[in-house]
Design a protein around this ligand. Structure first.
Ligand SMILES: *Cc1c(COP(=O)(O)O)cnc(C)c1O
Length: 359
C-alpha cells in the first residue's frame, strides 16, 4: 500500500502518474526502449517535451509573449540566474524578505547588483505575517522586484500578488499549479519541480519576451534565458526523464479539471487542517490567518519532547515525513496537489487520537 506522504520536497507524486510511468518504463509506447534512453533531439522526445509545455501553457493560461523553459540546477540556481539575466542594463533590484528562501535569493543576488532589501516579515497579534505593501520601501528605478510567493519552511504565503511598477519576479517553487495564476502580472516566474510539479532535476522558468535582452555580458549560455529560449531549453542535454514525468503530471492535472479544480480541493484540505489545529487546544500554527500557506502547514505540539513519539506513531499509521525543516523544528505537513483530501482526513484523525492520548 502507498502511504500518505507529507514531505516538503521531493514530494508526493500522483499514484496514477507513477503507475503510468511504470507501465511504460522499459518500453515506451512500443518503441522498444525507455524514454530515458532516447536522444533528447529525437522526434519522439521532442514531441513529449512540446506536449508538456503545451499542457503547462493550458493549465496556467500562459500568454504567447512568455517563454517556458525547462532547466536544471533547481530554484537555487535561479537565485543567481535571475540577476545575471536581468541586471545587465540596470544594476538595481528590490527583494522582499519574508523568510528563508527569499533570504537565500537575495544573498545570491547581492553578488551581482545593488540590492534593496525590504524586510516584510512582521507580526500581527503575536502571529507571523507579511507586512502590508504600503509599508514597503520600494525603489523607483529597480530593474525588477523579487519575492517568494510561498515560504515553504515558514509556511507563510502572500495573500495577493504585489502591485509594483517594475517587472515582478517570483519564486513559485512550492505553490505553482496550486491555484489559478495571472501570469501576465509577472516578468519571471520560476519553480523547482520537486514540490508541486514532478521529480527533482527540473526547474521551470516562465519569462516574458521583453526581458530576454537584459542580461549581463559573458554569462554562461546554459544560464542565459535568451539562449535557452532560442534552443528549446536544449542548449545542452535537458533532464529528459523529469521533463517527461512532469508532462504526465500536467496531463493528470488537466484530467482533474485543471488548477481551478485543484485549488478548490487545496482550500478544502487547508481549511480542514488549520480548522482542526485552531480548535484542538493542543496543536498551534504560528502564522496569521491571512498569510497561512495552503501548501505547507507548520505546527507545534505543546511539548517538544512529544515530537519523536508523534512522528513514530504517525509513521505507523502510514503518514510520512511530518517533521518540520531542520532549521525551525516542530512539525510540518506539506499538502501539495498530489496529497488527496483523504490524506489530510487521515492526518487529522491521527492528530485527534494523539491529542486525546497525550493531552
Ligand atoms: C525548495 C525551494 C527552493 C530550493 O529549491 P532547489 O530546487 O532545491 O534549489 C527555493 N525556493 C523555494 C520557495 C523552495 O520551496
Amino acid at each position: 500500500m502507498r502511504a500518505y506522504n507529507f514531505c516538503a520536497g521531493p514530494a508526493a507524486l500522483p499514484t496514477a502518474v507513477l503507475e503510468k510511468a511504470q507501465q511504460e518504463l522499459a518500453n515506451w509506447q512500443g518503441k522498444g526502449l525507455s524514454i530515458m534512453e532516447m536522444s533528447h533531439r529525437s522526434a519522439d522526445f521532442v514531441a513529449v517535451a512540446e506536449k508538456a509545455e503545451a499542457d503547462l501553457r493550458t493549465l496556467l493560461a500562459i500568454p504567447d509573449n512568455y517563454n517556458v523553459l525547462f532547466l536544471q540546477g533547481g530554484a537555487s540556481l535561479q537565485f543567481s540566474a535571475i540577476p545575471l539575466n536581468l541586471l545587465g542594463k540596470n544594476q538595481k533590484a528590490d527583494y522582499i524578505h519574508t523568510g528563508i528562501w527569499s533570504e537565500k535569493a537575495l544573498k545570491e543576488a547581492k553578488r551581482y547588483g545593488e540590492i534593496n532589501v525590504i524586510d516584510a516579515a512582521t507580526t500581527v497579534d503575536g502571529k507571523m505575517a507579511i507586512a502590508d505593501q504600503a509599508t514597503w520601501n520600494l525603489s523607483n528605478d529597480a530593474a525588477y522586484v523579487h519575492y517568494a510567493d510561498n515560504e515553504t519552511i515558514g509556511g507563510i504565503q502572500f495573500a495577493e500578488i504585489p502591485d509594483v511598477d517594475a517587472p515582478l519576479v517570483c519564486d513559485f517553487s512550492s505553490s505553482i499549479l496550486s491555484a489559478p495564476l495571472d501570469v501576465s502580472k509577472f516578468g519571471v516566474i520560476y519553480a523547482g519541480a520537486q514540490k508541486n510539479i514532478g521529480p527533482a532535476g527540473l526547474t521551470i522558468v516562465i519569462v516574458r519576451d521583453d526581458l530576454l535582452d537584459q542580461s549581463k555580458s559573458d554569462i554562461p549560455s546554459i544560464l542565459k534565458y535568451a539562449d535557452q529560449a532560442k534552443n528549446g531549453s536544449m542548449v545542452n542535454t535537458p533532464a529528459t526523464y523529469s521533463w517527461y514525468l512532469s508532462g504526465l503530471v500536467f496531463e493528470w492535472l488537466l484530467a482533474q479539471g485543471g488548477v481551478d479544480a485543484m485549488h478548490q480541493i487545496n482550500l478544502q484540505k487547508a481549511e480542514l487542517l488549520y480548522g482542526y489545529i485552531d480548535q484542538s487546544g493542543f496543536y498551534q500554527n504560528p502564522i496569521a490567518k491571512a498569510n497561512r500557506s495552503i501548501m505547507n502547514v507548520p505546527f507545534t505540539l505543546p511539548d517538544e519532547k512529544l515530537e519523536k513519539t508523534f512522528l513514530a506513531e504517525a509513521e505507523q499509521r502510514h503518514l510520512l515525513n511530518l517533521a518540520g525543516h531542520r532549521s525551525v523544528g516542530g512539525m510540518r505537513a506539506s499538502i501539495y496537489n498530489a496529497v488527496p483530501l483523504a490524506g489530510v482526513e487521515a492526518l487529522v484523525a491521527f492528530m485527534q487520537d494523539f491529542a486525546q492520548q497525550y493531552g
